[in-house]
Design a protein around this ligand. Sequence first.
Ligand SMILES: *[C@@H]1O[C@H](CO)[C@@H](O)[C@H](O)[C@H]1NC(C)=O
Ligand SMILES: *[C@@H]1O[C@H](CO)[C@@H](O)[C@H](O)[C@H]1NC(C)=O
Ligand SMILES: *[C@@H]1O[C@H](CO)[C@@H](O)[C@H](O)[C@H]1NC(C)=O
Ligand SMILES: *[C@@H]1O[C@H](CO)[C@@H](O)[C@H](O)[C@H]1NC(C)=O
Ligand SMILES: *[C@@H]1O[C@H](CO)[C@@H](O)[C@H](O)[C@H]1NC(C)=O
Ligand SMILES: *[C@@H]1O[C@H](CO)[C@@H](O)[C@H](O)[C@H]1NC(C)=O
Length: 637
Amino acid sequence: MNRILLTTLFSVVLAEKSPRLKFTVQEPARFHFMKPENYMTVYHQQGSDVLYVGGRAVIYMISFTHKEVQDTMIPVVPDESARQSCLSRSIPLQLECDNFITVIEKVNDTFVVCGTNAGSPKCWLLVNETVLTPIPDHGQRTTAADISPPFPSQRSVSLAADGSLYSALSAMGKQTGSIRRTYSSNKLLKTESKWLLNPQFAGAVVIPAEQKYNEEIYFFFSELNKTASLDEEPYRARIGRICMNDEGGIKSILPDSWTTFLKARVMCGTASTPQQYNNIRRAFVLISQHRTGVMYGLFSNVWGTTVVCAYSTEEIDQTFAKSKLKGYNSPLIGHRPGACASKNNTAALNQKTLGVIKDHPEIEDVIWPVGGAPLDLPTDDHFTHVVADTVLAVNDEHYSVIYLGTEQGKVLKVLHTNAEAFIISQYSLFHNEGPIINMAIDSQKGHLYVGTAMEIQRLQLADCSRYGHSCRECILSRDPYCGWDWAKRKCLAIPANYNITTGGFIQSLDQSNDSVCGHAAAATKARSMVPKDVQMSKDGPVFLPCPVHSYHATYVWEKDNCVKRYPCTITGSSCVLAPTPELPLKEGVFRCMALESGLKQEVVSYRLVINGGTLPVSPASTLLLSVLLAVAGLWLQ
Ligand SMILES: *[C@@H]1O[C@H](CO)[C@@H](O)[C@H](O)[C@H]1NC(C)=O
Ligand SMILES: *[C@@H]1O[C@H](CO)[C@@H](O)[C@H](O)[C@H]1NC(C)=O
Ligand SMILES: *[C@@H]1O[C@H](CO)[C@@H](O)[C@H](O)[C@H]1NC(C)=O
Ligand SMILES: *[C@@H]1O[C@H](CO)[C@@H](O)[C@H](O)[C@H]1NC(C)=O
Ligand SMILES: *[C@@H]1O[C@H](CO)[C@@H](O)[C@H](O)[C@H]1NC(C)=O
Ligand SMILES: *[C@@H]1O[C@H](CO)[C@@H](O)[C@H](O)[C@H]1NC(C)=O
């Protein structure tokens, strides 16, 4: 115990990098899987209370209400013949001889569902809520093997847009990986195999445009150079893009391939250092109709450290529009190869333009993160997932909030401004601390769905009641979903129809500044509590706990209203005063003070009396002491 005390003696100032608040959520509104779902695919429509989860040979339709969850299970077993021939394969794949659901997407108004079907992928339409029927013939051959991988460990990404399904399969074994349009009344197209080098897909998103013909899809992936030498980085993070109106090339060149595919290298790391994070694991894009927005990428390096980098979508756009093509040195005149074109633009489809695209699918310029470095987040958390939301604050500005899932089943809520990444809070959500393997965000209804292999839970994005009952606590949260309502004197969610002129809510988001609350109100609280009586025997141990609310605050103990350097050891969610040889405990009043944003507040106070002192011995105070001792014992284990 001495060691803890000494090492933490002067470490009362906590890292601003840590979450400011830590919440443990115990609400019962959660769904438990009967068996672990280590691979899952999730479909959620904005504004809906239903989450579709594809698991092992089953689709779960999970309906959430405020208080409870209800589920319908739709079994989707593999074909027996496929299962039998799968079982004759080598050992690691044998374990995956089942029908893992890999795709649930809504194309037009019908659900397309695909599964691995024990190594021989199969697709269905989900009709009348719960009935799976074969996909009708479309005139074009839609091949399930282009939509779903044969085994769930081979990652894939699906995206439904504008009545078509787009599918990206990662490379595995002999399969080289591809980006295709797979289910559509438009032409089904693919990438040329030489355009992608062992891609491992991380996400896909539609990039809207004012003119329909300019709409694009971005695919995020890492490429793996298997022949790279040991001292070389084998991964490269990429953005690949295609135009949604692409109808393929001409008979002699690229007849069934994209004519608008281009890829760029994405860097995540500090530009001046060789330390880069080259493996992109997840990506999420916040974008407006005017193509302005931000892309968040979750990256890892060879040692498995994870970081988040942010990119401007306009900058990505400009880079694709202006960069030289790698290995192509002639001037680009006329229609730019790879640029979207309206249907009547014949220059886009001439032999020469297509030839350039076929042989030079990569642009030379690389894409750097906003601020030239990853966001300043704790590196001891291993992130597994990222989603984000934009929030309109009461100053009429938009703020970005990022949600990060971790390997330990936690969720970090982060306010991202131009200046910094401020970690509003950390949620501990699950009974089992497994990694978070899926997340879905509903900005419209204000919900976050979070899944581990054992459970699915729903969180409120505007979770304002957790911040406390004072203006100061509400403001210091720096949560853009929440504000202090002057009239109701409560920390409340900013209403959807909030009027900034007549409003009456206050926030302080760009920096923690609680002067908006009026200092007088907060200051009156200091050193005003009636101390709780605690008795101790002459040389007996005593530990006085001080509950930690904000992890960005500095906690100090004052004795008889003087600041003393009694150590405040933060263990779990409490800061415990324990005596040291230099500072033995003496009778008196001990107050735990929290200092944050220039303001000192009293958290708790005790009047300590040595046995035989002036305090009358009452059973109640003795009881209190033994409870304190028991709890402190737990903390200091
Ligand atoms: C779906 O429901 C409609 C109307 O109830 C019915 O006519 C149709 O046969 C159902 N389809 C299937 C595949 O069950
Ligand atoms: C989606 O709807 C559009 C418009 O009704 C139609 O042209 C298209 O064929 C549909 N897509 C699929 C894949 O059925
Ligand atoms: C992979 O790395 C090797 C060794 O550095 C290099 O010779 C080769 O060109 C790389 N392949 C690609 C496609 O970049
Ligand atoms: C293509 O058609 C659109 C309107 O239909 C027109 O505005 C545009 O100028 C045309 N482009 C070319 C290259 O002819
Ligand atoms: C906000 O309130 C003001 C004053 O009542 C009113 O003039 C204005 O139209 C309102 N704005 C909106 C967007 O409702
Ligand atoms: C907080 O806000 C007040 C009033 O808006 C301002 O005078 C003060 O300088 C701010 N404090 C800090 C630390 O920025």
